[in-house]
Design a protein around this ligand. Sequence first.
Ligand code: GLA
Length: 740
Amino acid sequence: MSIIKKLPAILLLAPALCLLAVLRAEDAAVIEVATADSSLVLVTTGTNAPVVLRHYGSKTTDTRALLAKTVRQNQVYPAFGGVEHANLALNVIHADGSLTTELVYDGHEQRALDADRQETVVRLRDKQYPFFVELRLVAHKAANVITQRVTVSHKEPGPVRVENIASAYLPLRAGAYWLTHFHGAWGREMRVTEERLTSGGKVIEEFRKIVQATMADNPSFMLSLEHAAEEESGEVYAGTLAWSGNYKLAFTLDERETLHITAGMNPFAATRILDAGASLETPEMVLTYSARGRGQASRNLHDWARKYALYHGDQLRPILLNSWEGAYFKFDEKTLTDMMDDTAAFGIEMFVLDDGWFGNGKYARDSARAGLGDWQVNKKKLPRGIGYLADYAVSKGLRFGIWIEPEMVNPKSELAKKHPEWIVKSPGRDIPQSRNQWLLDLSNPAVQDFVAKVFDDTVALSPNITYIKWDANRPVYSVGSAWLPADRQEHFWKDYVDGLYKVYERVRAKHPHITIQLCSSGGGRVDYGALKYHDEFWASDNTNAVDRVLIQYGTNMIYPPIATGSHVSASPNHQTDMMIPLKFRFDVAMSGRLGMELQPKDLAGADRDFARKAIENYKLIRPVVQFGDLYRLYSPYNENGRAAIQYVAKDKKQAVLFAYNLYHLTSRGFSFDIKLRGLDPAKTYKVTEMNREPDRGTFANDGQLYTGEFLMNVGVSIQDSRSHKNLRPQKSSVLWLVEQ
Ligand code: GLA
């Protein structure tokens, strides 16, 4: 319940509250932003006083006691000026050149958006200038998530320069702080790193790429208080910035051992010139607090995402076969229809035609060197058009999807010749290429129209197209916009992303039913700003199942498994040359949104039968994987090459365990005792092994009944039934639990 509480005047007489006593009692207010299990409490003591972030953590309703505590006086949104000196959320240069800003309370409102969400708007103003800040917090009660975005505006006599504007600020006080963040590169996205923060600063940022902003680091974190994070206990804060551009997360441990966290757009070379009467809005920062470790923090984010931050978050995802690694650019109609025959025979539900279907003549898209921008069907490869293929898919009982990369252009294309002014470039300089391509300037409304039209036109190729894979395969280099005026070039970073979101909005208004995959050379654009418009993302171009265990483990700390495209590909793997057993590849891919990405006719004999059965099994476990609660049991990062995760249905009637041995000769090899989590102790479950290879079980008590209590307190033992094989790498086990 969020309420405004006027302070009884008597309270102000208490000696412990001497700090409050100088302020006007009648204006003092407590602003509670509450979820089911957490409270964020703001306190202000008058219209000329700042707003203090007094508490964010476990739930409390005893706001009187909070008022008595005067140690923490960190403002909810610290601006540069006055006595604020730690991480600053806001830094502006006023019209008269003044560098300082002092924000004070100017009112607040609260309203229910619906039964689950409550919005709190806190208004702040500068003490002296007509400069205004509005914090918009939304409490998502059931998922325990609080989001915040900030808007600034002013009525000063000239433009104000906004040098830095964070989406959120969070001060924490504890004895020790452990930061989990996600670092990677192409092919190894979202690697989990945890470190203890020491005095000084730690910055996680991307300041120049915009596109592919999440390829190296991700704008997300988890922060554990007092000790390294545990999975199911201890206080953990998680945060993720919903923004598909340059970002900065800063963690500063000051001399008083307070940790100051700020998160928002990256201010590097990004001053915004704000005219009087105009306003500037930040992206949304998403925060959750968990008193039950990192595990609950992830489950909170997943619940929130499925409901509010993912398109069609309540719908099961189809199993698909993507043509990329099976055909690359080398296909004709027959290649694809043959692939579709096999796809259907495997029990897969959708066929996705990847890159290579467009461009004609000298600009045919027969490699990555030409054709981007010319979105006309390649007549040579596909004489009967996309319509024929899509109809063929449907005749086989499959849905049909197709790939586009509409923000990009190859210099070798009609488009590049026609619209040189649409290309991001620095005047007079060479335009660097990456993957032989250039980037279109989405800050320009004409480019926005073009990109939206590429989507419309592609979907119009056939009414049977129900899935689009939207790719983006290069970042910004040598920035510059022919559209933006010379004195507004620094607006490019934000205007590009705003332009992209405008296109997404248009696309979604027109095509609400299309499934859209977010892809940027794999996980280069995985953030909640873009995901809001998408159904899923391609987590990595690396389909090596061993690497995928690590990538998906990190990815799913923040982003939900239902959206994590996870494909079985060929062996040897195309990115790493590693040979990996088919069972292991399936057992990994089935822990996300299952797909296949290979030439299906290459799977023959026993492999074919195995694949068909595994796909059937996935259909059984799919609701649990996609809508259930994720528990991480063994981390692939620190458990001797072993990993295990588990999903439990919300009603606890079903659960599925995935266990993996990643490397060769790890301590005991593939022989684990695993205590399960999240089950109902009072229920009895039948435990069966899934994807079991003939004569090679990994669970000796297949089909046995166990109580939830036993499974959680004692656990199950798994190992290869042929013990001499136990030390081999890439062994795996999938156990399926069903209430009896
Ligand atoms: C990117 C994507 C791949 C594939 C290729 C096609 O690399 O990440 O999945 O679509 O482009 O060119």
